[in-house]
Design a protein around this ligand. Structure first.
Ligand code: XIL
Length: 445
């Protein structure tokens, strides 16, 4: 993505207007039950143009029993956002905390399958409605190791994070996919561990678009806070401040201003979210960590954020699809995932072709299939795949499967059957066993 620095003369009078003038969003975490509190909702809709569920999209909320999904809270927030012109951050598909009891009790390959199914199902449910997903939250350890945090998720194999990103991309290709963490408020061992992972993902074509910096802050701000954001941006990902709150006291307004300035100074910093609206909404108890008093009055920290937004340089995000056109100097250029069959360079003469890209782990896989129409276009298509013995399809999206073992035939759904010459439709499926070597055959009607 290319960004252009611009300068604007006018000054906004709300957080959302000022951020929007600079090409950014300003968001808040929302607790579902607060949507019936009118003081709360008045501030939320006046000041914020992005929302994130404080708890309602977490694993324990969305899949309380295995395979039984509950989207009541998440859907309510999305409806509120759509009615009020707010974009939605999705938080969080996989996290070692707030897992339902059944997942906490699982391990190994059954857990890996359950994790990937969760990612696929939830991202599919909210498809087209989420600006950015926290695909993976808090996977790195605190302290000096720079290593992954031990967890049941991590014990399914080190590739769980990339598998989750691939599954999320397949399920909702329009959402930006973020890695999100805390204690990453400067250049330190933990943020460097994450930096190395993101660099590796970019070099291998793992679909990651953004990194979230939670920024639960105390009484000081690291002098290299901005430099840390910038080094991630230079890898070719967007950065976002995702859960900002700051300990009250003499420095609160200055720290809020410092974080806002840092974001404004990094052209790939696309938005700021505070973790709540008023002090009494905050998970941080008596820290008085947010921008509004319980009464709804604006605090000094509010004014300092507004001023920093108004003073900052603007960006004009280019309307192209995610992905950098120029990688940062320290990173190798991103490569696209290598499909097991190469994509055609020119539309085939008739019919259609299909290519598959596989994301496998021990005991399971997600296949993303690209269908390309030939010169005559299609009214409908079907793709046949012969699975190795022992493998079976457990879940399909954007196509209908007939059969689940042996030769499985995937037929278009009503919205993706008609393709013009050279146009592409994408569908996917998840399976147990191995998907190694599968070769799709496409037929058009
Ligand atoms: C917190 C919520 O604010 C609380 O209501 C809940 O009890 C625990 O989780 N990092 C995250 C957030 O990514 O999901 C956490 O939210 C705060 C820390």
């Amino acid at each position: 993505m290319t960004m252009t620095l611009t300068s604007t003369a006018s000054a906004g009078t709300t957080l959302k207007a000022s951020a929007a003038e600079k090409g950014r969003y300003f968001g808040a975490a929302v607790a579902g039950q607060k949507l019936s509190d009118s003081t709360y909702v008045t501030i939320l809709n006046r000041e914020f143009n992005s929302v994130v569920a404080e708890n309602d999209m977490k694993w324990d909320a969305t899949e309380p029993q295995q395979g039984r999904f509950n989207y009541t809270g998440g859907d309510r927030l999305v409806a509120h956002a759509q009615a009020n012109g707010q974009s939605v951050r999705g938080h969080a598909l996989l996290w070692y905390q707030q897992q339902p009891g059944w997942a906490q009790n699982m391990s190994g390959s059954p857990l890996r399958s359950a994790m990937m199914n969760h990612v696929t199902q939830v991202a599919t449910h909210f498809k087209g409605k989420i600006h950015s997903w926290d695909v993976v939250n808090e996977a790195f350890a605190d302290g000096n190791s720079g290593a992954r945090r031990d967890s049941n998720l991590q014990r399914t194999g080190n590739d769980w994070i990339e598998a989750a990103f691939r599954a999320a991309r397949a399920a909702d290709p329009g959402a930006k996919l973020c890695y999100n963490d805390y204690n990453t408020d400067g250049i330190n061992a933990k943020s460097t561990g994450i930096y190395n992972m993101v660099r590796d993902f970019k070099s291998r074509g793992v679909p990651i678009d953004c990194v979230g910096f939670q920024s639960h802050l105390g009484t000081s701000l690291s002098s290299d806070y901005q430099a840390n954001l910038q080094r991630f941006a230079d890898l070719g990902v967007d950065v976002q401040i995702t859960e900002l709150d700051v300990m009250s006291g003499g420095n609160q307004a200055n720290i809020y201003a410092g974080v806002t300035r840092a974001c404004m100074n990094v052209s790939r910093c696309t938005g700021i979210t505070t973790w709540g609206v008023r002090d009494c909404d905050s998970w941080r108890g008596s820290d008085n960590a947010l921008l509004f008093e319980c009464s709804g009055n604006k605090k000094a920290a509010y004014t300092s954020v507004l001023n920093a937004l108004n003073a900052g340089p603007g960006i004009t995000p280019s309307p192209t699809t995610p992905g950098p056109t120029t990688p940062g100097p320290t990173s190798p250029p991103p490569t696209s995932p290598s499909p097991t069959t190469p994509p055609p360079t020119t539309p085939p003469p008739g019919g259609c072709t299909a290519t598959v890209s596989l994301n496998s782990w021990t005991g399971g896989f997600v296949a993303s299939v690209k269908v390309t129409a030939g010169a005559a276009g299609t009214n409908g298509w079907n793709v046949s795949v012969t699975l190795p013995s022992g493998a079976s399809v457990t879940n399909t999206w954007s196509a209908t499967a007939s059969g689940s073992t042996g030769t499985v035939r995937f037929t278009n759904v009503n919205y993706n059957g008609q393709l013009g010459a050279g146009q592409v439709a994408e569908f996917g499926f998840q399976g147990t066993g191995s998907g190694a070597g599968i070769t799709p055959t496409c037929a058009a009607s």
